[in-house]
Design a protein around this ligand. Sequence first.
Ligand code: GAL
Length: 419
Amino acid sequence: MKLNKISAALAAIVAASAVIAAPAQAAPQVEVLHYWTSGGEAKAVGELKKMMEAKGVTWKDFAVAGGAGENAATALKARVISGNPPTAAMIKGPAIQEWGQEGVLANIDAAAVDGKWATLLPPVVSNVMKYQGHYVAVPVNVHRVNWLWINPEVLAKAGAKAPTTFDEFFVAADKIKKAGLIAVAHGGQPWQDTTVFETVVLGVGGAQFYKKALVQLDQASLTSPTMIKSFETLAKIKTYIDKDSAGRDWNLATAMVINGKAGMQFMGDWAKGEFTAAGKVPGKDFLCVAAPGTEKSFTFNIDSLTMFKVKNPDEQKAQLTLAAAVMSPEFQETFNLNKGSIPVRSGISRAKFDSCATKSMDDMAASNTAGTLEPSLAHGMAVDSAKAGAIQDVVAKFMNSSMTPQAAVQALAKAAKTK
Ligand code: GAL
């Protein structure tokens, strides 16, 4: 009895001291800002969380819903301005340099040296991850943007076939419409409008035209007959979108293709993450084809986690652990299987990847050789954020008004001069 009492008292003391000691022993934490909130995306980021927790690092999720990260960018600015940045944020492309200029990014060279990143990443990728020669970001994946997602049952019902050119696309769209279904699933949000727009420019003008117009922002190309034709094509696509599209999230548009309400969607392969999460199989339940006229080209969108300067030494260590985890073969496989993208580093087996992913891998390599691998404008890969934003506004205005293609190209050329 006495002994029992003593041991109970001891147990209480031990428990109390554990509580007191807890802060010193608390697991290091990473807070990660992202916008991966759809079904497939949440599954993918959940894998990273699991991986970090297995390494003894606590994951603090800072998810800000909103496709292509517009809301996330605003939330990030507020946190950085208040001197309390997250450990990492989903920031990519030229925006990494813009944040670098603010002096708020962390040097993660130690992780890069340890992990031999220089031998695993092509320079076109590693250069984007560096600010003034030092790694400040870790690449996650490669998304392809110029895809068309198709429900083959809808095609069969309509007596249509998967298009490879815009002429064929409009034939198929007419048939789907006649069958009483929605031909094009779309969400009326500026970034989705711009995703379709850039894909149309690529299909109508080809990769060299795309580069001159949407990467180099060559004024003559922006106002050329080819750009006018691109806007005419976009205007025609508009007529196949249902009237409830305004503000619709991209994953809800994908769901319309998944459940057979709609036939086709122009979207990057994060859409495949939705098909996969719904248990759908490519080639059987859905088709992934290069968007009309873009079979030989590849518009890329490379996600990355950009690291912010943090004060706590434990958090600094955990930041390097996070960077190393993202480049690990386990992460690159599991995350990308769920996300719809492909690994960004070399040395990952293809065995578990489906036919859309292996097509993406093959097409990326072929377009790299052919000189038709281009950065996505709509996904922050091609130009600085001020210009990208101004161009997006023009495209959204075109989609939501009766603006003529002639007026649109003039507005586009002006937007491209935004400073
Ligand atoms: C892209 C991003 C993808 C995906 C998509 C929808 O810009 O690169 O990872 O999240 O937006 O939000």
